[in-house]
Design a protein around this ligand. Structure first.
Ligand code: ICS
Length: 523
């Protein structure tokens, strides 16, 4: 009985904490979506799943790009812990043979740099990186101490651009860990930086197909972007830019030449989708490649958008072919997975997207939540006007984006967009997690470690999805944990190919009888 959870958990908290946490623990009703508290500061002392603003900017958004040298200005730990733990993959090619992803570039700040300033050390790091690698671009990421002591990474970027005679594009990010309440602030800061420093720098158009799209909010974890690239190629659709899985500097710079943006992870990159529309006239649609049905639906949306019969036929053919092995794998897994229960507490979009895959496995998600999602990620984009802007959000730069004087070109007229909407396409919108969860399920934002333990103790799900910080605590309680950040060692899980991988992996993990033998050390 899920209804007992909230009362029992809140009873253990001090009064003030209970009041605040109470607003973040909500019973769902898809027909009358309740309001949830989200994107507010974590209560000090509570063990949160969240990461920091630096992680969102450097690790998440810029990290997966292979030919930009990303220098962390800060103590070595920040660079080390954002160094490939997310398993974002890349595949160098002739266009961009460089691959800096395996490196962890850091200024390795010491006590003396904190006392006397670290700008000189940063300049030296940039000189060294330039001499060694001659990269096309260098990005600098600020960590907490940089903001606290007042090092100016933007001044250093300007200085070094001059010193290196403009031969390399150098830019900085004020993404100090504490700048926002979570990594979500880092996404926003990164998006602003992409727009100011890269997007639109290169007007060249090449490629083999005439239907040209961007996939935004896809980071190639475990090879997801590879699976999407292969699928697009089969359909005859050009991927101009993926942001930022398996991406290159050039992809960012030419993204404005695409004719449609598909937005996968809205949370991390919606700002870029909007900027591309405002500046260059590229419409955007929410998309999802997690789940076979969702993938088919997304492809059909693209076909409808371009309205080309040849493309539509080709897409249908691909879907029909791909669905054969998908159905086979699904039926096999379903024998064991049907009726099992899942809980998902992940980031800002996967806790929602992965419910699709669990549905395909006949499993029910009885409780889910984001670490750092905003209310619209839960309740749907239509709530945005009613979200109160607080001091923490105001702390993040809002850049003004205008129509590009020469390159703004609406890809569809108002009438064409209206007609497409009539046919069922939705632009600039999306539903949140709650619309797709059952009535009475538990939605919890910024789940605390204590609440996680209670969920498991009270409801014994068959699988718990979260990250490395939770993994072994949960498994010691006898419940298998699947990491949905880096996929443990698995993946890809996107597109048709990924769905098959996921069915197999979940069947193995959630239906393995060994978990019943597990006893916690105190049992
Ligand atoms: Fe988006 Mo981990 Fe993405 Fe999401 Fe984001 Fe992070 Fe990862 Fe998670 C992410 S960008 S790193 S889909 S690839 S910050 S898994 S919101 S928390 S659910």
């Amino acid at each position: 009985n899920l209804a007992e959870f909230k009362e029992e958990v809140l009873a253990a908290y001090p009064k003030k904490v209970a009041k605040k946490r109470g607003k973040a623990i909500v019973y769902n009703d898809p027909d009358e979506i309740p309001q949830i508290q989200a994107n507010v500061r974590t209560i000090p002392g509570i063990i949160t799943q969240r990461g920091c603003t630096y992680a969102g900017c450097k690790g998440v958004v810029l990290g997966p790009t292979r030919d930009i040298v990303n220098i962390t200005h800060g103590p070595i730990g920040c660079g080390f812990y954002s160094w490939l733990t997310r398993r974002n993959q890349t595949r160098p090619d002739e266009q961009a043979p460089e691959n800096f992803i395996p490196y962890a570039f850091s200024t390795d700040m010491q006590d003396s740099n904190i006392v006397f300033g670290g700008e000189e050390k940063l300049k030296q790091a940039i000189r060294e990186a330039y001499e060694l690698f001659h990269p096309k671009a260098i990005a600098i990421f600020s960590t907490c101490p940089v903001g606290l002591i007042g090092d100016d990474v933007h001044r250093v970027a300007r200085h070094m651009t001059e010193e290196l005679e403009g031969k390399v594009n150098i830019f900085g990010f004020s993404c100090e860990g504490y700048r926002g309440v979570s990594q979500s602030a880092g996404h926003h800061i990164a998006n602003n930086g992409l727009y100011k420093n890269l997007i639109g720098n290169d007007d060249s158009v090449d490629g083999k197909y005439k239907f040209r799209i961007n996939v935004l909010g896809e980071y190639n974890i475990g090879g997801d972007a590879f699976a999407i690239e292969t699928l697009m190629d089969k359909c005859g659709i050009e991927l101009v830019a993926t942001m930022s899985g398996n991406s290159t500097k050039k992809q960012f710079e030419t993204a404005h030449t695409a004719d449609l943006s598909l937005v996968m992870c809205h949370r991390s990159i919606n700002y870029v989708a909007e900027m591309l529309e405002t500046s260059f006239g590229i419409p955007w649609m929410k998309a999802n490649f997690i789940g076979a049905e969702a993938t088919a639906k997304t492809l059909r949306k693209v076909g409808k958008y371009f309205g080309d019969q040849e493309l539509i036929d080709r897409i249908e053919k691909v879907i029909a072919e791909e669905m054969i092995p998908v159905k086979e794998a699904q039926e096999k897994a379903l024998e064991k997975t049907k009726g099992k229960l899942a809980m998902l507490f992940v980031g800002g979009s996967r806790a929602h997207h992965y419910q699709e895959l669990f549905n395909e496995l006949g499993m029910t998600t009885i409780s889910a939540g984001y670490e750092f999602g905003h209310r619209d990620d839960y309740e749907g984009r239509s709530v945005i006007p009613s979200i109160q802007i607080d001091a923490d959000s105001r702390n993040i730069e809002q850049i003004t984006v205008k129509e590009d004087a020469t390159r703004f070109k609406p890809r569809k007229t108002e009438e064409e967009l209206k007609a497409l909407e009539k046919e069922g396409l939705e632009f600039n919108g999306y539903e949140g997690m709650m619309a797709e969860m059952k009535k009475g399920t538990l939605v919890i934002d910024d789940l605390s470690h204590y609440e996680m333990g209670k969920l498991i103790e009270m409801y014994h799900p068959d699988i718990f999805c979260a990250g490395i910080k939770e993994k072994f605590c949960v498994q010691k309680m006898g419940i298998p944990l699947k990491q949905l950040h880096n996929y443990d060692y698995g993946g890809p899980y996107a597109a048709f190919e990924g769905a098959i991988n996921f069915y197999k992996d979940i069947e193995q993990i959630a239906c393995c009888s060994i978990w019943k033998e597990m006893k916690a050390p105190w049992e």
